[in-house]
Each structure stands twice: as C-alpha cells, then as structure tokens.
Design a protein around this ligand. Sequence first.
Ligand SMILES: Cc1ncc(COP(=O)(O)O)c(C=O)c1O
Length: 368
Amino acid sequence: MKIPISKPNLDEEEKNAVQAVLDSGFLAQGKRVAKFEEDFGRYIGAKQAIATSNGTTALFIALKAIGISQNDKVVTTPFTFVASASSIMQCGAIPIFCDIDPQTFNIDPDALERILKKDGSSIKAILIVHLYGLPCPMDEIMSLANQYSIPVIEDCAQAHGAEYRGKKVGSFGKASAFSFYPTKNMTTGEGGMILTNDEELGKKCRMLINHGSKKRYYHEFLGYNFRMTDIAAAIGSVQLKKLDDSNQRRRANANFYNHELSSIPKIETPVVPDYALPVFHQYTIKLKQHRDDLASFFDQKEIGYGIYYPVPLHQQKFIHQIVGNGNYPMADACSREVLSIPVHPLLKKEELEHVVDLIKYFCQEGFN
Ligand SMILES: Cc1ncc(COP(=O)(O)O)c(C=O)c1O
C-alpha cells in the first residue's frame, strides 16, 4: 500500500472554477483575486488582504512594508523552512535566531526574552512561525513584543485556520503571511497572502507587489510583480470553503495516531498545549534513536514521510556565513529526532491503520 505524505484535496469544483476563468479570457489578477482576498481576510479576521505569487513573496513584502532594510536585525526561529529567514535576508537584514521549545517546536518565549533583554533596542521585528500548524504562545510573545515596541510578523504558511485561545493565527501581529503551495492545508498551486489590520501598511504591500504603483504606469517607488492570478484565486476560493472540514479531518487523523502511538515508549507524539486548536499541517513524532532507520523502513514500505527540517537554518551554508556559530541546542536536537507521517485529509482508515501497524512493528523489531 503506497501512501503519500501529502495530497491536495481537489475535485470537480476546482476544475470547474479554473475552466470558468479560462473561458472568461481574463487570466491575470482580476475580480477573482479580489474576491479571494476578501473571503480569506474575513475568514482569518483581518481587515486588509493582499494576494501574492507565493508565501515567500508574502513574507518578503510584509517585511519590506514595515521598513526592514539593510543590516536590520530580525528575530526568528532556526527550526523552520528556509523562506522564514531568506525573506529577512532578501531585505538585506540579518536573522537573529531564537531557540525553540522542543515540546511545541515553536519559538521559546524564555529564549526570546533573553534575546530582547540583551539586544532589544536593536531588534527591528520578530518573525514567528506557527510550525506544523500549531500556534505559538501568543500571549507571551505579544507581551514581550509590546514591552519592547517591536512589530511581530506571523509566518502562517503551515497554519491556515489554527486558533490560539479561540482567535485565528494571522490576526495577532502587525502583518501575517500565508502560503498556498500544494502541500499546504489549502492550495492555489503557487500562491500567498499578506494580512494586516493596518490600512496604510496594506496599501504599501499592494503597491510593492505591483511595481510600486497605484495607477497603471505611474510608479512611486521600486516595486515587484508578485501578483496572484485569477486562475490561482479561483482554486483558492473553492479550497477555502473546504478548509474547516479538511482541518477537522487532519485533527481526527491526529487523534487516531495519538491513541495508537502515545503509549509506545520509544516515540514522542505531538504535544498540544491547552491554548491551541492546531490544524496538523504535519503530524510529527520524535524518536531519540533510530529516526533514520524508521525513515528507511518507510522507504521500503512506500510510506511517505518528511523530515522537517534535517538542517536547522543556522547550519545552512549561506546563512551560517552571515550569522556565524550560534547555540541552538533544541533546534539541533529536533532536527535529528523529528519525523512527520501522513496526516492529510484524504487518508482512509485502512491507510492510517497500516501506518500505525508498521510503526508498531518497527518499534518491536527495528530497535533490536
Ligand atoms: C514555514 C514556511 N514559511 C514560508 C514558506 C514559503 O511559502 P512558499 O513555498 O509558498 O513560497 C513555507 C512553505 O513552503 C513554509 O512552510
């Protein structure tokens, strides 16, 4: 039984929506992008929504729009996808890494406090990541950020619909960025979105993604073409309608795994703090030993898995050259121990059972 780690949840409705755009002859940014922006902004609870070409451009433009530039320092996590830090570096700024809480995989507020105490006046922004669909501890983070008057940017690429104490992530910071890559909880093919409640900031983002212009052929500053197409937005609007149901299925799959796997002593199942309603972009277990052996066993059995992320960002060559050696023991340990198993909404009961049976078999046999 071959089981992929992820699978976009697409059907006739997306096909028909794309067909309608093709039939209309208006393929680039138009009324469907405007509709998708409005619907997505309302869903998350933000006043301004600016659709972009992908999640990386959404992060980059959000940082640019709040004024991040050459040699500025921006705090972020070393345990994330490269774009969380490369978007900072694309602004000419320097990522300042903050170690994670190994239970939640998210930025550790105590470590953040230590950085701000030491260097708070020179930090220009804090870019947090709700990794694997689990919200960061927002009360602690926002109170530290407010204390030092530092804007927070939320990287919500993996957390569409996740809630912190009943409020959706993406609505806490100065701005937030989402990705709609096909492995994400909802997709537009390639695509992204910036959200903010700040009207001026929203206008700036919209101009930045559109060659620095409000009016065609009148350019007020250097900008980019990072627009979303109506084809992508048409898919996004259908996907948004399915999102709550998809996330519910992911949580049900995660519950099944928790029930089956949490009593195995060699495996740590994901921790969900009581402030969080997660959306399980990934279901990530930790193995102190034999993680790579389990991965090889899955390869043999054609079970999709992911190691997110095998190299923490401070150890990526081009980043290491800029930030030098640092001490992030929790991120280092997690990169050696994590393994994500299929949790996507299209999994069938027998597929979930098969994954569980294989893990149980491996834990009995593979450790000898
Ligand atoms: C945490 C995180 N940030 C940023 C991105 C960048 O998004 P994209 O691939 O749409 O550029 C991704 C996804 O790939 C991600 O997982």
